[in-house]
Write a protein that binds this ligand. Structure first.
Ligand code: AR6
Ligand code: MG
Length: 303
């Protein structure tokens, strides 16, 4: 299980870094490779790291602490490619708005439904993987810090649940059952419909149809089901799953980060190409956080 914790966090960062070169590229049915892989990751991994740091320091979820950890990390490296929403939330908090209220002020008072809350969720998925209802609640509360729209929050819970299931996959794995189980977990019709559409598309070879039906955008509902689909379709191999996710273009770094977290949770560190890990920025630090989360999980389970 320790290797799966590492695989999940490293897998997320590698997906992010692989996809970064293709973010926003126009759609093409052509395969992608790792030639442009520099190992440099973006906001997805930066926020995942902040989430892990806060969980470890507080021995569990603490919303205020996590908020300030996100803010401090962003202040140190604001150039990581953040979406427009989170920095606006951070500036509001720095100007005196409560961390509980700031995210609700965005997008005309609706809050954000961007995929930013889902892309960073791996550490929460790992720490709460054996308690689905607590996992859902904590995922919502962590999402709300920057993504107060219910579809943004739901994306985080759906991605967290997809990771938690991937940790437990055994030999009788059925991609169809996997997608259906997540579809039954979600409380949102929008996600359920997409996940059931994903079941129907498992054998579809035309990527244009996948993008048209599931989406490849920055909205959580146009990327979380797509990322889960990329894993379900390519579950036998980590590298195949993330490269497939990148090949859908659009919000490639975030979709591949989410696919990578799920595939890494399933295959563990050993399932990820070593050459990629060696080139990954701050890989040792990310591994250290994953190990500490695993230790914390063991400690919490024994008390
Ligand atoms: N109404 C309309 N559009 C919205 C709404 C809304 N309520 N909420 C979000 N959007 P944001 P993120 C659209 O700004 O989720 C980085 O590249 C809007 O177009 O909250 O953290 C990451 O790597 C908005 O700009 O940021 C990810 O790829 C967009 O969704 C991505 O950005 C993103 O929401 C994550 O961004
Ligand atoms: Mg990014």
């Amino acid at each position: 299980m320790e290797s799966k914790f590492i695989g999940c966090m490293i897998g997320c960062a590698i997906g992010d870094a692989l996809g970064a070169a293709y973010e926003g590229c126009p759609f093409s049915n052509v395969d992608v490779t790792d030639v442009a892989f520099t190992g440099r990751w973006t906001d997805d991994t930066h926020m995942m790291i902040g989430m892990a740091e806060s969980l470890i320091e507080c021995r569990g979820f603490n919303g205020e602490h996590m908020t300030w950890t996100f803010i401090r990390n962003w202040q140190k490296e604001p150039w990581r490619g953040y979406g427009p929403g989170p920095p606006r939330v951070f500036r509001l908090i720095l100007s005196g708005v409560s961390w509980r209220e700031a995210a609700k002020k965005l997008y005309g008072g609706m809050g954000s439904f961007g995929n930013g809350a889902a892309m960073r969720i791996a550490p929460i998925a790992l720490l709460y993987h054996d308690k689905p209802e607590e996992l859902r609640e904590v995922a919502y509360r962590s999402a709300e810090i920057t993504h107060a729209h219910e579809l943004g929050m739901e994306g985080a819970a759906v991605q967290a649940y997809a990771i938690s299931l991937a940790l437990k996959i055994n030999k009788e794995f059925s991609p169809e059952e996997y997608l259906k189980e997540i579809a039954y977990f979600t409380r949102s019709r929008a996600y359920r419909d997409k996940l059931l559409t994903a079941v129907r598309l498992l054998d579809e070879r035309n990527r244009r149809i996948i993008v048209k039906e599931l989406g490849n955008g920055v909205e959580a509902f146009n990327s979380v089901p797509t990322a889960i689909y990329c894993f379900a379709k390519n579950h036998e191999d980590y590298a195949k799953a993330v490269l497939y996710a990148v090949s859908l273009r659009g919000d490639a770094d975030t979709i591949a980060a989410m696919t990578g977290a799920i595939a890494g949770a399933h295959h563990g560190e050993e399932g990820i190409p070593r050459a990629w890990i060696e080139r990954l920025e701050r890989a040792e630090y990310i591994k250290k956080l994953a190990r500490e989360l695993w230790k914390l999980k063991t400690l919490l389970s024994s008390t």
